[in-house]
Design a protein around this ligand. Structure first.
Ligand SMILES: Nc1ncnc2c1ncn2[C@@H]1O[C@H](COP(=O)(O)OP(=O)(O)OP(=O)(O)O)[C@@H](O)[C@H]1O
Length: 450
């Protein structure tokens, strides 16, 4: 039988570089002992979010070339993501789901049914704490499984119970080189805030924290499995035509009813319900005969003649006027900046002429349209009301979303129209063009071309 290939998900960071190294060496040792050589595949995902992402990909690729020269049966593969955040969505969550989809895709393309991930004990403890801080139930507190099959692929975390220090020691022992992700110090991300501010104090006060939080995650895994099994049993017992027999479900009582509704809604709606919503439903359901519970932008639950059904509806995007203004960080060193509340990503491209001065990117504000904005399309033409400019330029309604970018009170950039002529930088000054990629319309708008 031909030995099965094995994949390692490699970001280029310390842990996954170490795991890739340990894996190909283990495969080679096994081959020496048994004559069976398992080919190893390294998968890298380029998220397109950091200006260093090209370097990380190059580092992983070079590392594989170097190890192949040392006798590793190792192939490198990469996928580029084009992430488009949804309004109000989390860029971390989007990157994670995009990454797993890309890894699964590479696994299928290379015939690997197992993908190794380099999470370790401290990663697991952090995940547990983050879940607790979000108010998660057993399923969230279960954190990361050491091994799980999803859609024909087994995701394994062989180092989930190993301390970070052991990996650091391995890296030092073998003189491995890895990249440092500069976004790890960005406190906008919850995991970084935890890692930078809370973790050092926590482990000083409770040195056993990584171990016991990992234990707690395993207890939560057991509890989550039991709850899932109970919900399956209850679902089988109260299923009615296209929905649930409301009286039979209510008879299960508070916690068990919520547990059942959680699984049923997750399956029918396609995502887990919010805890507050679930609480409300389980409180109101026993008191109603006919009722409706709308879920914003998704559809509604309807109770009619004793059966609770899910009626899907058209998603509704937040109206632009309800989006709050956002003071942007210094964007001078950025190439793209997601603005989830506006439903898209701002792309920044250096240009030789016709752009906005690079310095202007230090203090931009993103605002929704509030009416009365004046925009100047070209030098020598008068500034006019934005609405008029959209009409003159023939920009359709679906191309008029996204943020207006201001520098102080001066309008700089309008998706669909481009840059205001009053802020065009003189030739010879460092300058950039701005592009807005909207998520929900797929509409892309560019400085200069509108
Ligand atoms: N861009 C990526 N490409 C491939 N695999 C990735 C990528 N990012 C993360 N992974 C996988 O997921 C694991 C956990 O991700 P996490 O973001 O915690 O790691 P990291 O800090 O980027 O790097 P490392 O874990 O290698 O130090 C990684 O160890 C790796 O196996």
């Amino acid at each position: 039988m031909t030995p099965r290939p094995l994949a390692v998900a490699c970001s280029g960071g310390r842990d996954s570089i170490a795991l890739l190294h340990a894996t190909w060496r283990a495969a080679r040792a096994l081959a020496d002992a048994t004559g069976q050589l398992h080919p190893i595949h390294a998968f890298h995902v380029h998220h397109g979010l950091s200006r260093h992402a090209d370097d990380w990909l190059a580092h992983c690729a070079e590392q594989c070339v170097q190890w192949r020269a040392q006798g590793a049966d190792l192939q490198f593969h990469a996928r580029h993501l084009d992430l488009l955040p949804s309004p109000g969505g989390s860029i971390e969550a989007l990157a994670r789901s995009g990454r797993y989809a890309a890894l699964a895709d590479m696994a299928r393309a290379t015939g690997c049914d197992t993908v190794l991930l380099a999470h370790h004990r401290e990663d697991q403890a952090e995940t547990f704490l983050l879940q607790a801080l979000r108010g998660a139930g057993a399923a969230g507190l279960a954190s990361m499984p050491a091994s799980i099959w999803r859609e024909g692929i087994c995701w394994r975390r062989p180092w989930l119970q190993h301390p970070r220090a052991a990996i650091e020691a391995y890296v030092a022992q073998h003189g491995l080189r890895h990249i440092e992700d500069d976004s790890n110090t960005d406190s906008r991300y919850a995991r970084n805030r935890l890692r930078l501010h809370l973790w050092p104090a926590l482990t000083q006060a409770f040195p056993q924290a990584p171990q016991v939080l990992g234990d707690a995650a395993r207890h939560a895994q057991d509890a989550a499995e039991c709850l899932q099994a109970l919900a399956e049993i209850d679902l089988g017992a109260v299923a009615a035509e296209d929905g649930l027999d409301a009286a039979a479900a209510v008879a299960l009582g508070g916690a068990r009813l919520r547990n059942l509704l959680h699984l049923w809604l997750q399956r029918t709606v396609g995502e887990p319900p919010r805890a507050s919503w679930l609480d409300r439903l389980s409180r109101e359901l026993p008191t109603c005969t006919d009722a409706r519970w709308p879920m914003a932008g998704m559809g509604e639950l309807r109770l009619w003649r004793g059966v609770l059904r899910w009626i899907p509806g058209m998603p509704v995007l937040p109206a632009a006027e309800r989006v709050a203004p956002v003071a942007l960080p210094d964007l001078r060193a950025e190439r793209c900046f997601p603005l989830p509340t506006f439903g898209g990503v701002l792309h920044i491209e250096p240009v030789a002429q016709g752009g906005v001065a690079l310095d202007g990117l230090a203090t931009l504000t993103a605002r929704p349209r509030s009416g009365g904005e004046q925009f100047q399309r070209a030098a020598g033409t008068p500034p006019r009301a934005l609405k008029k400019q959209y009409q003159l330029a023939g920009v359709p309604a679906q191309g008029r979303g996204g943020p207006l970018l201001f520098c102080g009170e001066q309008l700089v950039f309008v998706p669909g129209l481009g840059m205001d002529a009053r802020v065009v930088a003189p030739d010879g000054r460092p300058q950039v063009a701005l592009h807005w990629h909207a998520h929900h319309t797929g509409h892309s708008t560019t400085q200069g071309t509108g």
